[in-house]
Ligand binder design. Sequence first.
Ligand SMILES: Cc1cc2nc3c(=O)[nH]c(=O)nc-3n(C[C@H](O)[C@H](O)[C@H](O)COP(=O)(O)OP(=O)(O)OC[C@H]3O[C@@H](n4cnc5c(N)ncnc54)[C@H](O)[C@@H]3O)c2cc1C
Length: 228
Amino acid sequence: MDYLTESNRRCEGDAVPAIDDARAITARNKHVIIIGGGDTGADCLGTAHRQGAAIVHQLELLPRPPDERAPDNPWPAWPNIFRVSGAHEEGGERLYSISTQRFSGNATGRVAALHAVEVRMTASNGRPSFEPVPGSEFELKADLALLAMGFLGPERNGMLDQLGVRLTDRGNVWRDENWMTSVPGVFTAGDMQRGQSLIVWAIAEGRSAARGVDTFLMGRSDLPAPLQ
Ligand SMILES: Cc1cc2nc3c(=O)[nH]c(=O)nc-3n(C[C@H](O)[C@H](O)[C@H](O)COP(=O)(O)OP(=O)(O)OC[C@H]3O[C@@H](n4cnc5c(N)ncnc54)[C@H](O)[C@@H]3O)c2cc1C
């Protein structure tokens, strides 16, 4: 997020370090490694290429998805298939079933290489686990490493802990049918209660939660609620 936010702000002409400023987080002429094969990783990939990266590798822990639906992924479920976004069409190499083991640095204390290993996915108690493949360790030159993985739910430290709101089994904020949390008068919508998702859900939920707030305050509401 440090990288993407700064890069977006620069494109908007905001006051962030210029691309050739030593303080800037930039991919220009660098060997870039993105850890995480999702949408955030794709955003990093596109941004790194636009900044003139020398080489970009994108590492993903999961195996490469199949080109067509697997038997256990029938319609109408979301198809878990290999996708090529606009950012991927612009270049970069995607590596699957890879786990990072460590980074190593140069004499100036900057990252110089990433050390990784191929992994095999197995299921243990219904949860995926990843076993290193013996002898598959390898090293990639790295001048810039971008972490684009691991959304684990809303941060608990601070506001959520202090409010004492109830959480769901998945670590998101629990809500009732009026979008109110377990703390009366405190409402929730978007990623906070759904988990990592999309803008369209956040907009619809925000409007629905507004109706919940209005009802809580006024006893009734004329506001539209796109979702129940
Ligand atoms: C890199 C990246 C790329 C994405 N790309 C897409 C995409 O292409 N399309 C898409 O649909 N979705 C995309 N998403 C997902 C999308 O951004 C989220 O689903 C959406 O922004 C969720 O909206 P939200 O209002 O729930 O939360 P947010 O947009 O995260 O807004 C929460 C706000 O609350 C503020 N906040 C946090 N704590 C406090 C506090 N204690 N007091 C006051 N304010 C606080 C935060 O600063 C933030 O501004 C992307 C997400 C990421 C990270």
